[in-house]
Design a protein around this ligand. Structure first.
Ligand SMILES: Nc1ncnc2c1ncn2[C@@H]1O[C@H](COP(=O)(O)OP(=O)(O)OP(=O)(O)O)[C@@H](O)[C@H]1O
Ligand SMILES: [Mg+2]
Length: 239
C-alpha cells in the first residue's frame, strides 16, 4: 500500500502541491497534468530521488524516510538513459541479474548464471522486447524507444511490489505499447501497484480487471514577471 499525504515541493520559482494518493494492491493510477505540472517531480519524490518539503509518504505503513524504497518501488524515468548503466544491452541486464537479491530475482532466472546460461536468459528477455538482435549493441546506439524497452526489461528481472513509470508510452511503437500493457495487466493481477504518468486525461492503457484511477495535478500557474533588463541578461526571474 502506498499513501501520499499533503506532499508539496518548493522550487525557487514556485511551489507544487500534489494531490493525495492512496494505492492498494492491484491498483492502477494514472497521474496526468500539463507539462511542468510536476508529474516527474512526484515520481522522483516517490522513488526518493528528490526530497519533499511538506507531507509524508508511506509504503506498507512505513514512512519512506525509514525504509529502502528501492526494495519496493521500481521507478523508470521519462528519460530512459537515466535508468541505464551498462555499456551494452547484455551488460545492462547482466547488471540487474547480478545485483538482484535472491528473494527479488524472478524465479525463472538462475542466480549467478554461467556465461552460457546468462546469454540464453538475457537473449530471451531482450527478444521479448524486440531487442534480441541488439544484445551486444552499445546502449548509446539504441533509439529512444529501444532504450525505453531495455529499461522495461528490468521490470521482468527484479520483482518489486510497485512500478512507477514516468510517461512509459511516450516514444514506444504499437507492439511495445501492447507488450507493456500486457505486462502491467499481469503485474496487477498478481497484486502489484502501478503508478504511471501521462499527458492524456483518458486512460492510456486498456484494462478490464483492475482498479484504475486518473488523478490530475493542477498547474498553479506561477506569476512570473520580467523586467526589460532581466530579459536582456537572459530571462532571470523577478523576485
Ligand atoms: N531541480 C529543479 N529546480 C528547479 N525547478 C525544478 C527542478 N526540477 C523540476 N523543476 C520545475 O518543477 C516543475 C515541474 O517539473 P516536472 O519535470 O516535474 O514536470 P512534468 O509534469 O513532469 O512535465 P513534463 O510533462 O514536461 O514531463 C517545472 O516547472 C520544472 O521546471
Ligand atoms: Mg515529466
Amino acid at each position: 500500500m502506498i499513501l501520499s499525504l499533503n506532499v508539496s515541493k518548493k522550487f525557487s520559482t514556485h511551489n507544487i502541491i500534489f494531490p493525495d494518493i492512496k494505492a492498494q494492491s492491484s491498483d492502477f493510477i494514472q497521474i496526468t497534468g500539463a507539462s511542468g505540472s510536476g508529474k516527474t517531480t512526484f515520481c522522483e519524490i516517490l522513488a526518493k530521488f528528490k526530497t519533499l518539503d511538506t507531507g509524508e509518504i508511506f509504503i506498507n505503513n512505513k514512512n519512506i524516510n525509514s525504509i529502502n524504497v528501492f526494495e519496493h518501488i521500481h521507478y523508470i524515468s521519462q528519460f530512459p538513459e537515466h535508468n541505464l548503466l551498462g555499456a551494452t544491452c547484455f551488460e545492462e541486464l547482466e547488471l540487474w541479474i547480478n545485483a538482484a537479491r535472491p528473494s527479488s530475482l524472478h524465479p525463472d532466472i538462475p542466480r549467478k548464471p554461467n556465461v552460457k546460461d546468462a546469454k540464453n536468459v538475457i537473449y530471451s528477455i531482450l527478444n521479448d522486447f524486440s531487442l534480441g538482435n541488439l544484445i551486444n549493441m552499445p546502449i548509446w546506439r539504441l533509439s529512444f524507444g529501444q532504450k525505453k524497452a531495455l529499461a522495461f526489461c528490468a521490470l521482468i528481472i527484479v520483482l518489486r511490489s510497485v512500478w512507477v513509470l514516468d510517461e512509459p508510452l511516450a516514444g514506444l511503437d504499437i507492439d511495445l505499447s501492447e507488450k507493456l500493457n500486457d505486462m502491467i495487466i499481469e503485474f496487477i493481477k498478481k497484486g502489484g501497484i502501478v503508478i504511471v504518468t501521462s499527458h492524456e486525461k483518458n486512460l492510456d492503457f486498456e484494462f478490464t480487471h483492475s482498479n484504475t484511477r486518473i488523478i490530475n495535478i493542477e498547474l498553479d500557474e506561477p506569476k512570473y514577471t520580467f523586467t526589460h533588463m532581466e530579459r536582456e541578461k537572459g530571462w532571470h526571474l523577478e523576485k
